[in-house]
Design a protein around this ligand. Structure first.
Ligand SMILES: [Zn+2]
Ligand SMILES: [Zn+2]
Length: 235
């Protein structure tokens, strides 16, 4: 499985960086990810399909999620939020570098389990227009591009709208996270039954939980959450 990651191809879009590994900056025959780093990446092993916690044996859902299942139906992530992924995610979010989105997007597409049904649409978590304007792009939309192409799933950038600017969720208490997100988003008209919300990192899970609830209220039967990493879902 990990070997397949080294097949990632993006040279058509970014010819200047062809053959440089984003992690170790060493020249490589494959674009964006060298064989060595592909082997060393701390990708998740067998894990809970709802929260990503490693589990043993034939189980697919961890004890915590059996007792308190999240609102979403499936979580697709690559890894825990840890070295060396943190550095690239930081570049993507704060240093105007969208190349990590190309790599992570391709990895999410390659590692999507063959036995899971494909969502009808990918819905990147929207940024408030002001934040997007300042950054110049929405990292979740950049992440969606290669996924959409590789898995032939349309990306819908307009269905989810952020109608109010919110504070950064990390560091807020559970209560203030909730009021911070209240009425922050709106869902447009649609006929989807199964969609996937795409975010860069799932931290507390409260942003995606808010969106999953809205989507289910608007008629979706299954809502998945896709992200590069997750941090502390049971925190
Ligand atoms: Zn490397
Ligand atoms: Zn779980």
């Amino acid at each position: 499985m990990i070997h397949s990651l080294t097949r990632l191809i993006t040279s058509a879009f970014y010819p200047a960086l062809q053959g440089i590994c984003l992690f170790c900056r060493q020249p490589t025959r494959q674009p964006l990810l060298c064989h060595y780093c592909a082997e060393e990446l701390p990708l998740l092993d067998h894990h809970c399909r709802l929260c990503g916690t490693p589990i043993a044996g034939a189980q697919t859902i961890c004890g915590h999620c059996l007792l308190q299942p999240p609102e979403w139906d499936y979580l697709h992530i690559l890894a825990d939020y840890q070295f060396p992924l943190i550095g690239l995610i930081h570049k993507l979010k704060y240093q105007h570098n969208v190349l990590p989105a190309v790599l992570f997007g391709q990895m999410l597409a390659e590692l999507y389990p063959h036995d899971e049904p494909k969502p009808e649409a990918i819905l990147p978590v929207p940024l408030h227009w002001r934040r997007q304007w300042l950054r110049g792009y929405n990292q979740a939309q950049e992440l969606a591009r290669p996924i959409s192409k590789q898995l032939s799933i349309p990306c819908n950038n307009r269905l989810l709208r952020r109608i109010r600017a919110t504070k950064v969720q990390a560091g807020l208490s559970k209560l203030s996270r909730h009021s911070n997100l209240k009425n922050a988003f709106a869902v447009g008209e649609h006929n989807y039954r199964h969609v996937a919300i795409l975010d860069d990192v799932v931290t507390t899970g409260s942003t995606v939980t808010t969106l999953v609830k809205l989507l289910k209220k608007s008629g979706c039967e299954r809502v998945d959450v896709w992200a590069i990493c997750r941090t502390q879902l049971h925190g």
